[in-house]
Design a binder for this molecule. Structure first.
Ligand SMILES: *Cc1c(COP(=O)(O)O)cnc(C)c1O
Length: 440
């Protein structure tokens, strides 16, 4: 006591949650620890990026053309390359003026939130969701209203509730497609309905498409910008996930509005004002971007998709074989599966956090708890902030790890669940009877 050091007993972000769980590793366990906590496959050899990207960087260095400060929003060839890359999937062409280069997709999200924030305004965010976007909203005093994603309907947006929760101060709704943490890939029809709903409410759609094209099922990736003639769309993306290079820090914010529904000049002015005072992606990386986006071959994408699809299949099969874990929907994209704990089948575990803590301790395995109420330490104005992905007694785990870790980790998860399973009684297992009635 008596010091000013901020110390939380409860984690306040995905990083904090994973760190907190790691502190509970048992040092006596000599097996290597395994983490399904973060989605960052770039550290595994099998997910190494394409030589095209590596060569592009080397070339950019050797050219000595990219040693200067970059103009706000990025150098023109890089902006044009992003516009062209995204336009491949569209019936209209984006212009380099629509593109702002950012330090990863996260900065693109942060800038978007800042542009939209004004006193009294609110934004509609998905639950389960991506906590960083929530944090940016909290920091910028933009009120958060959460709409549900429906696990039994492939994690589609609960559009019926959107109308009731929005009002004249609602500025936008956010979708993440392919979904983190849900693993969903939205159909053309569903995206069309989202666009129609947003149009009716007079709000724009912010589409976090950082996992664009990382799909493994029957639904193809459809960009939200395809519906930008119905409603203005701000697309957020980066090379972090599809190219497996999150450390390179190159993302984009793109205003998609082919019919001119937005006041583009005003938006450009406020984005530029914010970007002038923000760190920008290194000019060197910007210099390499045209080569990376234009020259990466289908071989590289197919290879990573095949590995991820094989991982997903194993992950799904093994999870289905664990009674206390319910997986409502096989993931179809991105890096994650969301699963629900059936606590009735577990003996000495009260909630998702306790499950993850004991799992770390007993199996040296990290899985992200779905929810945790953070104490209000950082934000005086907020009574409590939901952290991690916002679903109590659910878990998020990534399958974007190397195969041997995946198998090993899923084996540990299974034996952990067996060890903590409720024992049968003489009258049979009441827990199993009740399992049929688990609600979401
Ligand atoms: C990883 C991720 C980001 C951040 O992407 P960066 O390019 O690394 O900043 C943004 N949104 C979602 C949903 C993510 O999963």
């Amino acid at each position: 006591m008596g010091t000013n050091v901020l110390k939380t007993e409860t984690p306040t972000s995905i990083d904090d949650a994973v760190y907190f769980l790691k502190e509970n590793f048992n040092e006596g366990d000599h097996r290597p620890s395994i983490s399904f906590g973060f989605g960052d496959p770039s550290c595994f050899e099998c997910f190494r990026t394409t030589p095209i990207a590596e060569d592009a960087i080397v070339e950019a260095v050797r050219s000595a053309k990219f040693n200067s400060y970059a103009p706000t929003g990025g150098i023109l060839p890089a902006r044009r390359a992003v516009a062209d890359y995204l336009s491949r999937d569209l019936p209209y062409r984006l212009s380099p003026d629509d593109v702002y280069l950012t330090l990863g997709c996260n900065q693109a999200a942060e800038i978007t939130i800042k542009v939209l924030a004004r006193p009294g305004a609110n934004i509609l965010l998905p639950r389960p969701g991506y906590p960083d976007i929530e944090t940016y909203a909290i920091f910028n005093k933009l009120e958060i209203r959460q709409f549900d994603l429906l696990p039994e309907r492939g994690w589609e947006v609960d559009l019926d509730t959107i109308e009731a929760m929005s009002d004249e101060n609602t500025v936008a709704m956010v979708i993440i497609n392919p979904g983190n943490p849900s693993g969903s890939v939205y159909t053309y029809n569903h995206l069309n309905k989202i666009a129609e709903t947003a149009r009716k409410l007079g709000i724009i759609v912010i589409a976090d498409e950082v996992y664009g094209h990382l799909v493994y099922g029957s639904n193809p990736f459809v960009p939200m910008s395809l519906f930008a003639t119905i409603v203005p769309v701000i697309t957020l993306g980066s090379v972090s996930k599809r190219w497996m290079i999150p450390g390179w820090g190159l993302g984009w914010l793109v205003t998609c509005d082919p019919t001119g529904l937005l006041r583009k000049d005003e938006i450009a002015e406020s984005i530029n004002k914010l970007l002038v005072y923000s760190p920008f992606p290194p000019t060197l990386i910007q210099g390499a971007i045209p080569q990376i986006l234009e020259k990466t071959t289908q071989d590289f994408f197919s290879k990573t998709i095949n590995i991820l699809r094989k991982n997903l299949d194993i992950c799904y099969d093994k999870l289905k074989g664990i009674p206390c874990i319910m997986i409502p929907q096989k993931p179809e994209g991105a890096f994650f599966a969301m699963v629900k704990l059936n606590l009735l089948l577990l003996e000495d575990i009260e909630d998702d956090m306790e499950f993850c803590l004991k799992l770390a301790k007993e199996e040296s395995l990290i899985i992200l708890p779905g929810d945790r109420e953070a104490r209000n330490i950082y934000f005086q104005s907020v009574t409590s902030a939901r952290v991690t992905v916002g679903l109590k007694n659910w878990l998020r785990l990534t399958f974007a790890v190397e195969y041997s870790s995946l198998e090993d980790g899923l084996g540990r998860l299974k034996s952990f669940c067996q060890r903590h399973a409720k024992k049968y009684t003489l009258t049979g297992s009441p827990a199993v009877d009740q399992q049929i009635h688990v609600e979401h």
